[in-house]
Design a protein around this ligand. Structure first.
Ligand SMILES: [Zn+2]
Ligand SMILES: [Zn+2]
Length: 880
């Protein structure tokens, strides 16, 4: 049915009164449509017809009035908006005053003493301004194709784009984004508006949008498309602290922008929309999807041919992207400032509701003052110790990281990197690793490999990029737990331009340091366990069938949480987590702020810190800082406040609210046990005098990771050490020694305080083998010594039951069984046994099975009255 419906207001009004059926549908009649005969008949009456006509006239005039009214309102609104827009436009300077070339004011970064530790400027990141004739046409077209396809046609504002963005915005529930910004507008936003004051409210954003669109149109009147594009391409944020296409080209491909291929151009243009999400180093898969869109847009918009498209798509471009930044020492940032910049940019973006590019523009050209949380004295201690080669007992090795492009004789291009080199050498040496004893060895191995793979081919200019890294690597974070402020950070040994910040950018296994977080903290906080609660430390299996063992192969039998923390006992941690439920442990670990956990980590391995992805050093430090801060978690922050160029505070973390993870009492109890660990337990090598400290060491299989996490009442410090390629290590003790070296120095001159004991902590004598009240003259007579000790509890968890793992029996020496009524008194001794428990443990030798407790001596079974025994030295005559 083809149906043209002309709205008839009368029909609608009538239908509301129900007087007659509303149908004025100009349809092509179709069989089966049923018009009521009665209705048709009604119109045939002259009186009714007249009445109807009058009604129609009235309604038509009503409709006409309504329409005019609506038009008038719309006109008034348009005039109102126009005059509103005009007041916004009047605030703008003449277009000749607007500078769109990269410029702006430097941003200063201050340490906690107010000293400038770094400055950020667009010049630093944007090393060289390149004119458009040096920028490949493919790159220009790539940006136009993906960012602003009507760039060459519109007058600064893309109406079609705006309408489309409006519809998408409405469809997304009013979430409007940058979709409609033309390259001209983006340029103005980045250069002209970036240094303006903040816009937070809807009105402020609307004001800026109006001004931006107006200026864009004005700008297009005085500047050519090429001038606009040139400035845009020299200004845009392309991730990894690069601004402009030249900086990006050198950063990602180690060559001048003029040498980029189409395939590489597409990678770089793909970054612009969201430099974090489409970062080709950290998110190559995201960038690859974007790159494909860039290329297909270029194809559909006629900038490239199908052949070019296919050739670019076939190029294995990501294998030759430089994953480290060795820009000849020009990167000025430290690991701390790198992390700081990332946080400030992200907070600017979120809190001012601006794009990431605008946030970076503000950072590099906005003349901001950033009050960082870095304490330069602490930072120096950290840097000195992390960089001290004598701290690494295995000695220093060198790893290699490179990208090598070879153009073969037949014109095909092949890419090589350290992974292909490793496979090459592994063919003849299964144990081959990329960790060399000297830099010369590394260089020689590379030279030989390069000779092999480049034979009969050529390495084009910019086709080679090699870096050497000191190994094993390390990362360290120092946090003031009371605020969450990061005082110092190291992301590796010798920051020689490497952009990998091992404290924040990579995840590694936390090993034993996770036991407290995932098992003991939840067990005590929510699982009604106490530091005296015991598990049977004996060989066992995990639910997945894997053997559960202790790293030292030693099994203690019944073991308290305090002992398990002190000696880092695997079995107890796993059994404790299983007791309280892995789900509870998983929830606590998330509450401790870890963001890199996977759903698959919700299992028993969580107790051992054996995770799918691992954790970052900064998040591990923040979690331990929460225990140090009486159970209250603070987000790690690298700055307190940020001021704009007028001195107005635009970001402030000092009022940030964290959240409580543990009760104060739980945090204090765990601290008490971790104090033992450092005094007498597995963490002993980190111990030093003059300051109250607590902590846990952690090792993973074959010492691939060595971690130390600990704190004083002042600072929390976490260190990780290991090879970048996850090679095994001979020694894992250096994390503790470096931790100690740093902590000792940064506490010099600080008063030795204790951890504040909260209300609600009491102490009670308990038996170590059961965690329950000691049985008099039993638990203190364990064959190994007195098992009664004084433990701390919360008032509501003090044990009320008596020890059920000890039993005292009269044993006949002759039979070794419980004495019967005929055993001579001289042969009887009182012995204390362990009940329950497992054989292959320290308890094994002292156990008595419940069956044996029920037996009686089978040597003295004859009926000799007990009174007649040796006690009275009376010779016993056999009775006849
Ligand atoms: Zn006992
Ligand atoms: Zn006997």
């Amino acid at each position: 049915m083809i149906c043209f419906i002309i709205p008839d207001f009368s029909a609608i009004i009538k239908s509301q009164h129900g007087s007659y059926r509303p149908v004025t549908s100009h349809c092509i009649k179709e069989p089966g449509m049923n018009y009521s005969r009665a209705n048709v008949k009604n119109y045939n009456s002259p009186k009714l017809r007249k009445q109807h006509a009058a009604q129609q006239r009235f309604i038509h005039s009503l409709v006409k009035t309504l329409l005019i009214l609506i038009l008038l309102i719309m006109a008034a609104a348009a005039i109102g908006f126009a005059s509103y827009a005009k007041t916004q436009i009047d605030k703008l300077p003449d277009i000749s005053q607007v500078n769109i070339s990269p410029s702006g004011k430097k941003t200063k970064i201050l340490d906690t003493d107010g000293n400038v530790i770094n400055t950020l400027s667009a010049k630093g990141a944007n090393r060289e301004y390149v004119s458009l004739d040096k920028i490949p046409v493919d790159l220009q077209h790539a940006f136009v194709a993906i960012e602003d396809e009507r760039f060459y046609k519109h007058n600064g504002v893309d109406l079609r784009g705006i309408i489309r963005a409006a519809f998408t915005g409405l469809a997304n529930g009013g979430r409007f984004n940058e979709g409609a910004s033309t390259i001209t507008q983006q340029l103005l936003k980045n250069n002209y508006f970036a240094t303006w004051s903040e816009e937070n409210t809807f009105k402020e954003r609307l004001d800026q949008k109006i001004q931006e669109q107006y200026l864009a149109v004005q700008l297009e009147k005085v500047k050519s498309k090429d001038e606009i594009l040139e400035n845009y391409l020299n200004t845009i944020n392309l991730g990894q602290s690069t601004l402009g296409v030249e900086a990006a080209s050198e950063r990602y491909f180690n060559k001048n922008v003029s040498d980029l291929t189409l395939s590489e151009c597409a990678v770089i243009a793909g970054i612009a929309n969201n430099p974090t999400k489409y970062d080709p180093v950290s998110h190559p898969k995201n960038n690859a999807r974007r790159r494909e869109k860039v290329l297909s847009n270029m194809l559909s918009q006629g900038y490239i041919k199908k052949d070019d498209y296919q050739k670019a798509m076939d190029d294995d471009v990501y294998s030759r992207i430089k994953n480290v930044n060795n820009s000849n020492g020009e990167t000025t940032g430290s690991y701390f400032t790198d992390a700081l910049i990332e946080q400030v940019a992200s907070d600017l973006k979120d809190q001012l509701d601006i794009s990431e590019t605008e946030a970076y523009m503000k950072l590099y050209t906005g003349g901001l003052t950033i009050y960082s949380t870095q304490d330069s004295n602490i930072q120096k201690v950290v840097d000195d110790e992390i960089n001290d080669a004598s701290n690494y007992p295995e000695g220093t090795k060198y790893s290699i990281c490179f990208s090598l492009t070879v153009v073969k004789e037949d014109g095909t291009t092949r890419n090589y990197n350290e992974k292909t080199m490793r496979s090459y050498y592994k063919r003849t040496n299964k144990k081959y690793t990329l960790n060399f004893n000297t830099k010369e060895e590394a260089k020689a191995a590379y030279a030989e490999y390069k000779k092999q793979v480049s034979a009969g081919g050529e390495v084009p200019s910019g086709g080679e990029n090699v870096t050497y890294t000191l190994e094993p690597e390390a990362a360290m974070t120092v946090i003031d737990q009371r605020t969450g402020q990061v005082r110092a950070m190291s992301g590796g040994r010798e920051k020689d331009g490497s952009s990998i910040n091992r404290a924040v950018d990579i995840t590694r296994q936390p090993g034993d340091t996770f036991k407290v977080l995932s098992a003991y903290a939840p067990a005590i906080n929510a699982g009604s366990k106490t530091l005296a609660s015991v598990e049977d430390d004996a060989p066992d299996r995990l639910e997945n069938g894997k053997v559960l063992k202790n790293s030292d192969g030693h099994y203690r039998g019944f073991t308290t949480i305090r002992e398990a923390i002190t000696d880092s006992v695997n079995v107890v941690a796993v059994k404790m987590l299983s007791d309280i439920g892995t789900g509870l442990g998983y929830q606590y670990v998330k509450d401790f702020g870890f963001t890199t956990l996977k759903e698959g980590d919700n299992n028993q391995s969580l107790a051992l810190g054996s995770l799918t992805k691992g954790v970052t050093n900064i998040e591990l430090a923040a979690a331990y800082a929460a225990i140090a801060n009486q159970g209250y978690y603070n987000r790690p922050s690298y700055y307190t406040t940020v001021e704009d160029s007028d001195g107005k505070t635009i970001l402030d973390t000092t009022d940030d609210k964290g959240h409580r993870v543990l009760k104060k009492t739980t945090a204090w109890l765990l601290t008490s046990a971790m104090g033992d660990a450092i005094k007498t337990g597995t963490a002993k090598n980190a111990s030093f005098s003059g300051m109250t400290i607590a902590g846990q060491g952690g090792l993973t299989a074959n010492r691939r990771d060595t971690v130390f996490a600990g704190y004083s009442p002042y600072y929390t410090c976490v260190i990780w050490g290991g090879y970048d390629d996850n090679s095994p290590q001979k020694s894992g003790s250096y994390s503790g020694t470096i931790w100690k070296a740093v902590m000792k120095q940064i506490h010099q001159g600080l008063e030795n305080r204790t951890f504040k004991r909260p209300e609600g902590i009491v102490s009670s004598l308990v038996c170590k083998k059961s965690g329950k009240l000691p049985e008099e003259n039993v638990c203190n007579h364990d064959p190994r010594g007195n098992m009664v000790y004084n433990e701390f509890f919360t008032t509501d968890t003090v044990p009320t039951e008596t020890c059920d793992h000890h039993v005292k029996l009269d044993i006949c020496k002759k039979s070794g069984l419980p004495a019967g009524e005929f055993c001579p008194r001289s042969e009887i001794e009182q012995k204390v046994f362990i009940t329950g428990g497992s054989k292959d443990t320290d308890d094994g030798k002292y156990m008595i099975s419940s069956a044996d407790t029920k037996k009686t001596c089978d040597v003295h079974s004859t009926k000799v009255p007990r009174e007649a025994n040796a006690d009275f030295n009376i010779k016993i005559e056999p009775s006849e």
